[in-house]
Design a binder for this molecule. Structure first.
Ligand SMILES: Cc1ncc(COP(=O)(O)O)c(C=O)c1O
Length: 432
């Protein structure tokens, strides 16, 4: 994998000072010298008088992404028909190449989508499921997975089996998660639908260990009967330093407009060859000439499904889709390893701070093998919404988890400093 040098070029240094001096009095007491991460923060136009701990929600675009969007918007506005006809293929290919570079994958295995939700909907509803087959999913999954599966089951007659991955949040182990999944797999299981990093608790699943357990269950199955491991990867994507092969999954769906800080309204599906051969498209593609040519001839296209064929067609917000390449390059220029270690460092600081507060209950594991960039917690006698509101009054942007059992949630990212974490912790301490 081509790992670019940390913070090369891109004029990062030039804008660092602007951020440090624009931080206002809250940061002026800071002892942290302007670091490489200040220069990263300076790439974002986030309002400077707030501490934004909501990277998991919706991206603010860093400068290279903003510039690319602006460039494509201007060019399209000048001559949309000509530019689209001339440039569509080459820009799509640039995006796929950059995504492949980031994912450590082949461009032919990547489909472009508008969001995580679109990827989940396309995959789960595109799977060739039969009545009597089973989909295993978990109680901890987000609405987008659950609703896609409900629709897929309604359509196909497949059954959904819901499992619990752990008994108690404060004693979770990777082995417990893996054995709960392994034990649930039955002869009729065709799909295991999971989420890499849970947005309800911040738990990160040990994907490779789960994949190994699934591979064991698959050992004696025919290819068409093998269990497919499908993952909503959005909250590890743009954080963890892994390549697709390290995850062991068959399908991986993620939006690029959260942790990757890519253009809003963009996402990807990655699938291995087994995965693509198990689905059918839901939306006609514009990316596969074979399908269009077959239509012109009044013919059927071959039934070989590819990532291109699974990429939904129709015209797009092309200035956003084409600017995706810059988001992948932004992360590769920083270094995936450095992004991962910085995000973990800030999250560790947050979790350790909360763990020392007697009026706070922490739901996210301290173990970094079981956590990533999300920290979920409750403050005694306060609703999660009230915690978020009180923090917002102190100019700290947090969110509450959109689940029946809701918690307050922060997601420290490479846009934050250690001083910001300290400030947020002291505001939570003051809620006692
Ligand atoms: C686990 C998870 N998956 C998917 C989504 C939705 O992502 P998108 O907006 O890219 O569809 C969210 C929250 O926004 C989420 O927490």
């Amino acid at each position: 994998m081509n790992r670019r040098k940390f913070l090369v070029g891109a004029g990062l240094a030039a804008t660092a000072g602007a951020f440090v001096s624009s931080c206002g009095s809250r940061r002026s007491a800071s002892t942290e010298s302007a670091s490489e991460w200040d220069k990263v923060r300076a790439q974002f136009n986030l309002t400077p008088d707030q501490i934004d701990l909501s990277a998991l929600f919706i991206a603010s675009h860093p400068k290279p992404v903003r510039d690319a969007i602006e460039h494509f918007r201007r060019t399209l506005d000048e001559n949309p028909t000509f530019y689209l006809s001339e440039q569509l293929n080459s820009h799509e290919n640039d995006v796929l190449e950059a995504a492949a570079d980031y994912l450590g994958a082949h461009p032919a295995n990547i489909a472009l989508t508008d969001s995580t939700t679109m990827g989940l909907g396309l995959v789960y509803n595109g799977l060739n499921l039969l009545s009597g087959q089973q989909i295993i999913t978990t109680e901890h999954d987000y609405y987008a997975t659950r609703e896609s599966l409900r629709l897929a089951a309604d359509r196909s007659g497949a059954q959904i089996r819901d499992i619990k991955l752990y008994q108690q949040g404060d004693t979770i182990t990777a082995d417990e998660i893996v054995s709960n999944i392994g034990n649930a797999i039955a002869p009729e299981t065709r799909v295991v639908a999971l989420t890499w990093v849970h947005s309800s608790t911040g738990l990160k699943l040990p994907l490779k260990q789960i994949a190994d357990a699934i591979a064991e269950a698959n050992a004696n199955r025919d290819e068409s009967q093998k269990v497919l491991m499908c993952v909503d990867g959005v909250h590890g994507f743009g954080v963890e330093d892994v390549e697709m092969v390290d995850t062991g999954c068959d399908f991986f769906m993620a939006g690029c407009h959260k942790w990757l800080f890519g253009p809003r309204g963009t996402g990807i599906i990655w699938g291995n060859d087994r995965a693509w051969s198990a689905v059918n498209p839901i939306i006609p593609t514009f990316m596969d000439d074979e399908v269009r040519n077959a239509w012109m001839r009044g013919d059927e296209p071959s039934d070989r499904i590819t990532a291109r064929r699974m990429t939904p067609g129709g015209f797009k917000a092309f200035e956003h889709q084409w600017a995706m390449a810059e988001a992948f390059k932004f992360h590769l220029d920083l270094g995936k390893d450095k992004v991962a270690s910085r995000t973990h460092e800030l999250n560790r600081q947050f979790k350790e701070g909360l763990a020392g507060m007697s009026h706070v209950k922490l739901y996210t594991p301290l173990d970094e093998n079981l956590s990533s960039g999300i920290v979920c917690f409750d403050v005694n006698a306060m609703s999660p919404r009230d915690v978020v509101r009180r923090l917002s009054e102190r100019k700290i942007v947090a969110t509450s988890t959109p689940y029946a059992d809701s918690h307050a949630r922060v997601s420290p990212s490479i846009r934050n400093s250690s001083q910001e974490i300290d400030i947020a912790l002291s505001e939570i301490r003051a809620l006692a």
